[in-house]
Design a protein. Sequence first.
Length: 81
Amino acid sequence: MTTHEALVATHASDVDNAREALRHTLDQLGERWIPGDALIEALLREALALGNRYDGSPRIAERLRLIAAMLDDANTRHLHS
């Protein structure tokens, strides 16, 4: 395995672990009847705060644009189904 492949694998594992932790937390918050749109807004605000803490704002912005495009694409497919 090359260094690049190892870094990619490690990042993928980190993302999986973070998603699992977030899913668990979101499930708990859902049990407290916090609406989905409030959870999404809170996640976005925390993503911005995280970006500011680690000077990753351009990367965070790029990823948020990607998420927005994916949501637009999913909505477009849903409307034409």
